[in-house]
Ligand binder design. Structure first.
Ligand code: FAD
Length: 393
């Protein structure tokens, strides 16, 4: 089936990973269209954290594949993804210890390098931490973070070397139909027919497919990031703190990046075309206070920058992957809900199999879009959902 004509809508990390993997498997006619440019959407604003803690084995395996791919990116894709293996640590309170241990058991089954650490080890891993109320941690020594726009660009460059046609500044204005099926896309200048259209347009995907009569359960919400210059900052892992609703990670030599883990952020709905570029000042204060309560040296640092990015959040907080019921020629890849960077290598592989092979990747079933009609939702703890169990019982 490598003779298929494929149009990928969106040059974020999902679209670029998919285009690369299609081309690497011999698909000759792949076109990537982006209304702006590579990583011009949320991929360009992402924190790039790559860790593997979920309580669904499929998600753990996909995150494991993501870490593995970003760590070996140069050998596999031909350029660096900027992966920094600084480790990842989840602060665990007595209230969420059972869930943490369940996650660790699943990770062990999948082969993830992770372990339980005592409060004393937490203090060793995060020098200067205020460890009050911490019962221990989940530690993934081989996790870390990477450079999302760099990775998207590298996937795209490798795809283009294999013959993929990339067209920036080319918005898809509608999907072409024949009966119930999608047969291509319309841009301002061209009618582009395709055997398969992959809709990887992030928070714009729901709008694109609305004309098909399907209302995807995806909203667009604003999520802030702030960086603080901490002179003499010690080496630290990425640190997720469900009590204070933040995660932190090192950035460069002396910056600390702080992001929000607050599930309430999903209610801050935005139009993805008009999302303010800086973080909301109240949110910046909240993130600074949250990070400082664990890492007092953050309070002595200087704010360096802040920005906002958009999450495409689905109703169960996990991606929608695969066809829409009753519609041929279209695969959805959206609703990443803040997980999309670490999952992009696996998602690209799943979509590639959906395009090229008669038998779909069995992982795709979990993310089928029609699960919202049948109520068969994805259920996994995430670092954000742990926040609802943050207080000791
Ligand atoms: C602040 C922030 C922090 C994050 N941190 C992490 C993290 O630590 N770890 C992690 O795993 N994930 C993280 N994420 C999530 C992750 O970055 C995203 O899920 C992922 O980058 C989404 O990639 P995508 O390719 O699916 O979509 P997008 O990046 O949204 O790309 C979609 C593309 O489609 C294009 N497009 C839209 N409409 C059209 C159209 N009509 N025609 C043509 N092109 C179109 C857009 O221009 C855009 O380039 C974070 C996200 C944000 C915003």
């Amino acid at each position: 089936m490598t003779g298929q004509r494929v149009v990928v809508i969106g040059a974020g990390v999902t679209g670029c990973s998919t285009a690369y993997q299609l081309a690497a498997r011999g698909c000759q006619q792949v076109t990537v269209l982006d209304k702006a440019h590579v990583a011009g959407g949320p991929t360009g604003f992402s924190s790039g954290v790559v860790r593997q803690f979920y309580t669904d084995p499929v998600l753990v395996q996909m995150a494991f594949q993501g870490r593995d791919t970003y760590a070996a990116f140069h050998d596999r894709v031909g350029a660096t993804a900027g992966f920094v293996q600084c480790g990842w640590l989840l602060a665990v309170t007595a209230a969420n210890r059972d869930v943490a241990e369940e996650g660790l058991r699943i990770q062990a089954d999948v082969g993830v390098d992770s372990r339980w650490v005592s409060p004393a080890e937490v203090v060793d891993l995060v020098p200067g931490i205020n460890s009050e109320g911490i019962a221990g941690g989940v530690y993934e020594p081989t996790a870390g973070y990477a450079d999302p726009p760099g990775a998207a660009q590298a996937f795209l460059d490798a795809a283009r070397r294999l013959g993929v046609d990339y067209r920036p500044r080319t918005p898809v204005i509608s999907l072409l139909r024949r009966g119930a099926d999608v047969i291509g896309v319309q841009t301002p200048d061209e009618r582009l027919e395709a055997d398969v259209v992959v809709a990887a347009a992030g928070p714009w995907t729901a709008g694109l497919v609305a004309s098909l009569g399907h209302e995807l359960p995806i909203t667009a919400s604003r999520h802030g990031i702030v960086t603080v210059r901490e002179r003499g900052r010690p080496a630290r892992p990425v640190f997720s703190d469900p009590v204070n609703l933040v995660y932190t990670r090192p950035e460069g030599t002396d910056l600390t990046l702080i992001g929000s883990n607050d599930p309430g952020d999903a209610a801050d709905l935005v139009d993805p075309d008009h999302c303010p570029s800086t973080a909301d000042s109240d949110e910046v204060e909240r993130m600074l206070a949250g990070a400082s309560s664990r890492l007092p040296s953050v309070a002595d640092g200087e704010v360096n920058a802040s920005w906002s990015g958009v999450y495409d959040v689905s109703d169960d907080g996990f991606p929608l992957l695969g066809p829409l019921s009753g519609i041929g020629g279209l695969l959805i890849a959206a609703g990443m809900s803040g997980h999309g960077f670490k999952l992009a290598p696996a998602i690209g592989q799943i979509l590639t199999r959906a395009v090229l092979d008669a038998d779909p990747d069995p992982r795709m079933h979990l993310f089928r879009p029609e699960r919202f009609e049948t109520g068969d939702l994805v259920r996994s703890i995430t670092t954000s959902s742990l926040t609802s169990m943050r207080h000791d019982q």
